[in-house]
Design a protein around this ligand. Sequence first.
Ligand SMILES: [Zn+2]
Length: 200
Amino acid sequence: MEKIYWYPKLRQAQIRQLYRNDALGAVDEDLVEEVGFSLFQRCRSIQTVTRREVECPRCGTTFPMCEPDSWKMLSGVQSCPTPGCGWETTAEQWHASWTKRDLLGTAATQAIETYLRDYPQAKTPQERMVCIDQLIHAFHISLRTGKAGRSFGNNLIEGSHEDVVAFLDQLSATPSGVDKEEWRAEVERMYDRRRGRDGS
Ligand SMILES: [Zn+2]
């Protein structure tokens, strides 16, 4: 039986090179598309897990692993609904396949949906770069408080949470991308919150 597949995180070196080129005005269109497409695939994996679904590795059909609007996992063997496909799994196998791999994006659905919608429509390397820049600098926004709780880049790029935030901090700003000063201020507020200093 084919194994469940999730798209891996991106390497920091690849993104560092992309931003170096961007800062030098030396656009490498292939690299922009490679990074942009990898992020697209990673976001699709995160979206699938967050929707509590699996993608059949045999035919590509997506189907649920939990009861509707709940995290209660379906019991027993789950067969792909495509007639004649025959691939099957269990909710336990599905859960084990993504757990501890930063594939849950419940508080980042807006950033994910925006990228999955806008990236395919971006026509120039510059437009693609702006989509990439906004995505990797996004945060998990608490559904309870409406405030940033974690860096979403940590779900997309290799390294620990602090490591990824420090990495993003070093990337140069890209024209019409995120306001880097504003982003740094948000990071400060996020860390204050994580240390429990603002009472929210
Ligand atoms: Zn199938």
